[in-house]
Design a binder for this molecule. Sequence first.
Ligand code: HEM
Length: 510
Amino acid sequence: MTKKLDLMDIQGNVLRAYGRYNFPYARYVFVNIRDGARGRVWLQGITERVTTAVSWGEGPDPVQKPMHTLNIAFTYQGLKAIELPRASLIGFPMEFVMGMRPRADILGDDKRSAPEYWDPIWRDSRHRDRHKDVHAWLAINAQTLADLHSGYEELLQLVHDTAGGVQILTGHRGDDGRDNLAYQDVHVLFEDGKPTSKEHFGYTDGIGDPVFEGMPSKPERVVGRGKQMKDGNWAPLATGEFVLGHLDEAQEYPIAPSPQLLSRNGTFMVYRKLHENVGTFNRFLEDEGNRYPGGKELLAAKFVGRWRDNGAPIVSAPDATSKAAWDERFGRASPLDKDRMLSGFTYDDDMQGAKCPFSAHVRRINPRASLEFNKDAFNTPGALTNRRRVLRRGLPYGEVKDPARDDGNHGIVIMMLNASISRQFEFVQQQWINYGNDFLASNDKEIILGNHGDDDAPSRAVLQVEPNSEESPYFLKKIPRLVETRGGDYFFVPSMTALRMMGLGIVDPT
Ligand code: HEM
């Protein structure tokens, strides 16, 4: 039987990447809750406005798509500030209790990614003054800038009504060296006034995102986004990999605090502001591209596993000739076939990494079934990977004003949602991005995100070739740090039931 989820109970950002639904703008606001009682009254007002995952425009009494959305999530300190009972607090996983900054070593946030370089809001949180602690994340996604502003005005009014019980935190870096902004704005990148799915290095983004049981998504989207099955088909991942209170891929319920009503239909979210060193990226690509036999654009595709212009998977179009043929087929394909061409690939015919290198971004983050060298080891060939998937949300921020420089205000705010931050996001970040062992790639890091740039131990990556080929593998030497962390934290995204109980102060763990 097909699993049904209570979409009215799950927050909308868990099931939807709003950017794909024509919400090109978003604003993230962070608050400190100074007074528990007033904070709870405020939460009641917020909860009434929170956007759920309910489908828009369907059924006899359709819910209309809003002009702007609102979602909320809490840090552990925030849950304490709202006075969640102790017996519930102690049930939260350790990494969430600790928050992101103390996990910097695990995440590889060193050198220019180290917490002392983060935006002031993240540097100050949990440092000296508890009034500067980040307690809650509020996100407004909007169809137009005017909608963004009206959503923000509504939020300001609700905060204002608390008479100081809840305070908006400042300290986000923006353009022109300002570092005291009261919000983090993000938006899709526009070309000739039209929204694109590009990010600042020029790649097409936003294609891969897990599909799981109960998600109201078109059945065909499961191809390439769900889990690979033995018979070659694709099936949705288990809900419990992404939503608490449901069975996961191990047929277990994810670890969650009690009571069940507090955790069920909620999840955990990792918020990370990632600066992109655009000047360094362009120089590195240019220099290496001049040497690389396949040329600059093929090299850029090897970094990520997809071609920059249209996202063509490099396993399906491994060189310029096959790419031209792929483009030609893509141009003629129906929307459904286009989606299959973009996402429905495997690494099964590329176990040596000759097409998509082992250190490419998408291969490291979602190796699909390629880690299982004995294909009969598990019931599903990608069983190892299926427990490490993350939902991906967020948008780019800032503009590139000078493509030769790093120091502008440009990057991505990325949010990963998963049932277990340590098993899913942290594992991928630590073991697959910053180490290469699982890929038989020794200590080679993932090319785009790896914490490269150590002069004592220069970072390298091998672009493999077919085993008995006449060609030699290509070595990227001295990979510079292309992406730097600018802050973030770990959040709990409660269900609507949990938000109501928290607002009324009636969470009862007994
Ligand atoms: C500035 C930083 C980043 C850039 C420029 C970037 C860029 C990209 C691009 C171009 C793609 C290919 C398009 C697609 O498949 O949707 C992609 C895919 C993906 N990225 Fe990133 N990304 C960044 C950070 C991250 C981080 C921190 C994570 C999580 C640890 C992540 C997780 C993913 C996932 C899960 C996919 C889809 C892989 C698949 O299912 O095949 N990305 N990213």
